[in-house]
Design a protein around this ligand. Structure first.
Ligand SMILES: [Zn+2]
Length: 508
């Protein structure tokens, strides 16, 4: 039987910007989900990429005296470097300037025209050049952009409209049938309420834009922002080019997005797919934004959290851990430097790293590094504490509740540390009749480390690999996560190799 498919995406990131805490957060969350699904045996496909068309890119390139393509090529390099450094395991990286994508944009426009979903008209309104967006209607004679604060320009031009207004009822019916389509639920309620107020047709082309995909049937017009950008999720998996592949991957299982682009993913994207006769994705998950030490991050304050600096100080896994542990996925959060340090020292260095380090140290000291057989006590309190771990992880991860999954894992970490204190291996070691009991305790601790190594792997892949290596286990776990998390999987008789502490304590 072939493995079930799981297809997940990040948004494509705009190439006027380098990777920052926001894009890093989405991408790390998606990576943890992709790794989790792979461990569960899914044929997982994880897509990320870059959005490379538009006026902002055109202008940024102009200012630098390079072509838009050269500009995009350079910024894409920064993304590749950052994602490699952060151990991001994407299976594909799509760029909207690639022929495989541009062809699909053109095919989709033709299809929309043929099916009567486009009409030519004129768009008038206040327009923010920087944000490439018309402002909402306003009485203000000289309005400023609500997003960036720059003065808006009055703009009017011929444009093709996508008949979004036709999709109000189909969308509401779709939402009704798919109560899990937008997560978290409170954001879904906001989307539904806005759709109920009515939808207006959407201007989807520009005649003034050079750096964009020309329409096949009217080359004066070029694709404008959203149809081009959203279609990446389909073009990357064979839409209008490889039907077998598309049938295998589509509909996408999860689009991870920031809350600022939820509307486009929860309303325009499913409407567009319906117009193309394609099923909408299964889930759109909108996450919140970070502040830094209680303040909004901004260029003027120059107070950005710099992921590469955090990773340099604490390690990549600690950064990944912190971002996913600190707050429930979906909510806004505050990145506090003190909180990062505190979690690092107490949870990673203290609870987790210490458990692994002392287990392996004691294994060396008491058994010459050879894992003993738990002859008299094959199971015990740690077996009990690990029972249900898979079920709880699955429940949390199926709703992208990383913090909940990590809380559950840390319950087990603390139980294992408590077990060490209860059983006092150092005393058993002095007891001439304690040898068998000591063997059981040490086996149980090694088994707890093995289980933990698997459980943290989606969030902390390098740490997980190090634990397996220290336990003398093969790099790859071949069984599904559910089977592999079952108690008793640690073989005895093998030799462990104690390494350096996984998370050396930070002073100060
Ligand atoms: Zn603006």
């Amino acid at each position: 039987m072939s493995r079930p498919s799981y297809y997940l995406t990040t948004p494509i990131y705009y190439v006027t910007d380098r990777p920052h805490i926001g894009t890093t957060y989405t991408t790390i969350a998606a990576d943890a989900l992709a790794r989790y699904k792979r461990l569960c045996g899914y044929d997982t496909h994880f897509l990320t990429g870059t959005d490379e068309h538009g006026l902002k890119v055109q202008r940024a390139a102009q200012e630098r005296g390079v072509t838009p393509q050269a500009h995009a090529d350079e910024v894409v390099g920064h993304y590749h470097t950052a994602w490699k450094q952060l151990n991001i395991s994407h299976d594909d990286f799509i760029r909207t300037t690639e022929p495989r994508h541009e062809r699909v944009v053109q095919a989709a426009f033709q299809k929309l025209l043929d099916a009567g979903h486009l009409h030519l008209g004129e768009y008038k309104g206040w327009y923010c050049v920087s944000c490439e967006a018309f402002l909402k209607e306003t009485e203000d004679p000289s309005p400023k952009c609500p997003d960036c604060g720059r003065a808006a320009e009055w703009n009017s031009e011929a444009t093709y409209f996508f008949r979004l207004s036709r999709f109000q009822e189909p969308l509401l019916a779709f939402y009704e049938r798919n109560p899990g389509f937008v997560r978290p639920a409170y954001r879904f309620n906001e989307v539904r309420a806005r759709v109920k107020e009515g939808l207006r047709d959407l201007s989807v082309t520009r005649t003034t834009l050079e750096w964009a995909v020309p329409l096949p049937f009217d080359p004066k017009h070029r694709s404008y922002v959203w149809i081009d950008a959203l279609l990446n999720y389909a073009s990357a998996v064979g839409y209008a080019s490889d039907d077998a592949l598309f049938a295998r991957r589509w509909p996408a299982d999860a689009h991870l997005v920031g809350k600022d682009i939820l509307w486009f993913h929860a309303v325009i994207w499913p409407a567009l797919l319906m117009a193309l006769g394609v099923e909408p994705p299964k889930m759109v998950y909108a996450h919140g934004w970070w502040t830094h030490n209680g303040e909004k991050m901004s260029k003027s304050k120059n107070n950005f959290v710099r992921p590469e600096e955090v990773a340099a100080e604490y390690g990549v896994d600690a950064l990944r851990y912190f971002l996913l542990r600190e707050l429930p996925f979906g909510l806004d959060g505050d990145y506090r430097d003190a909180s990062m340090r505190q979690r690092y020292n107490s949870e990673l260095a203290g609870d987790f790293g210490n458990l692994v380090f002392r287990t392996l140290s004691m294994m060396d000291r008491y058994f010459g590094g050879v894992v003993p057989e738990p002859a008299t006590e094959p199971a015990g309190p740690l077996a009990e504490a690990s029972a249900g771990l898979y079920r709880d992880l699955e429940a949390a991860m199926s709703d992208l509740q990383y913090s909940k999954a990590l809380d559950r894992i840390w319950e087990f970490v603390r139980r294992a540390n408590q077990y060490v204190e209860e059983r006092k291996p150092w005393q058993l070691n002095k007891d001439p009749n304690g040898r068998e009991a000591l063997g059981c305790v040490m086996y149980h601790l090694a088994e707890a480390c093995r289980i933990l190594g698997l459980a943290v792997a989606p969030v902390m892949p390098a740490t997980a690999a190090s634990i397996r290596e220290q336990l003398g286990l093969p790099a790859e776990e071949t069984r599904s996560l559910q089977e592999a998390l079952a108690w008793g999987g640690m073989p005895w008789g093998g030799r462990v190799r104690r390494g350096e502490p996984l998370f050396p304590k930070k002073d100060g």
